[in-house]
Design a protein around this ligand. Structure first.
Ligand code: PEP
Length: 255
């Protein structure tokens, strides 16, 4: 399948930022900023407490409401966790799984990430599975190995039908929030390897249809060159997604 058949997807991960009024204002501004851009899918991932006001502000805009995390159990004694059903009840359509801050700050491993991926897909949500190597792993040339492990374990027992609702975000840990970005060539190399791994798991056609975002200090200034690479199908944006103009410019660069 040709790369041109993959609709680019840009996500704005707000992390633990904004407040209630700011989240509503930012989402309204994002909706306005991406209004005229055709052929690009856009999603924002606000903090849990602001999902409802953001859902309200995004109504009719076409911008997808996303969540930064989810727990795999349906309900019960899991203090502090949020289920797939609760997210859907708030209008969420897509969820991050295995973001590097969950893996490296909260200590989530591939098995838990896989449970979350499967629960979200089973419940009808789309999933952005985040993968990527640390600086040390890059220095000892383990980038492809780490990405392959994250992909194989993260997507374990996912069905080919469910894979259609999966996006992979390649986010080298050393590039997240640091102002350092992978070069377009380095991003392309990692994306091509990830696509080959998915091809081995699900077949060439499914891998050709899979969207792989790049994440790690994406800005309006570097978005075009990164997304110009054949296997880069969009971006997962942290810091720059907190400014509607900048985020809108990244979405425009994908359009
Ligand atoms: C992220 O949070 O997924 C991210 C890539 O952050 P930043 O763009 O700030 O590096």
């Amino acid at each position: 399948m040709l790369a041109t058949m993959r609709t680019k997807i840009i996500g704005g991960n707000w992390k633990m930022n904004t407040d209630r009024a700011g989240a509503a204002a930012l989402s309204a501004a994002v909706a306005g900023a991406v209004k005229g851009v055709a052929g690009v899918e856009t999603a924002v991932f606000p903090p849990f407490p602001y999902l409802l006001p953001v859902a309200e502000a995004l109504k009719g805009s076409g911008v997808l409401l996303g969540a930064q995390d989810v727990y795999h159990a349906e309900k019960g004694a899991f203090t502090g966790e949020v289920s797939v059903g609760m997210l859907k009840d708030c209008g969420v359509g897509i969820v991050l799984a295995g973001h590097s801050e969950r893996r490296h700050v909260m200590g989530e491993g591939d098995d838990l990430v896989n449970l979350k991926v499967r629960a979200a897909l089973h419940g009808g949500l789309s999933v952005v599975l985040c993968v990527g190597e640390t600086l040390h792993q890059r220095q000892v040339e383990e980038t492809n190995h780490v990405n392959e492990k994250h992909v194989r374990l993260g997507l374990r027992t996912v069905t080919p039908e469910e894979l259609r609702r999966v996006v992979i975000a390649y986010e080298p840990v050393w590039a997240i929030g640091t102002g350092k970005t992978a070069t377009p060539d380095d991003a392309q190399e990692a994306h091509a390897h990830i696509r080959a791994v998915v091809g081995d798991m699900f077949g060439k056609e499914a891998a050709g249809a899979l969207r792989i975002q790049y994440g790690g200090s994406v800005t309006a200034a570097n978005a075009r060159s990164l997304m110009g690479m054949p296997d880069v199908d969009g971006a997962l944006v942290g810091g720059a997604s907190l400014k509607a103009d900048e985020f809108g410019a990244i979405v425009a660069a994908a359009g």
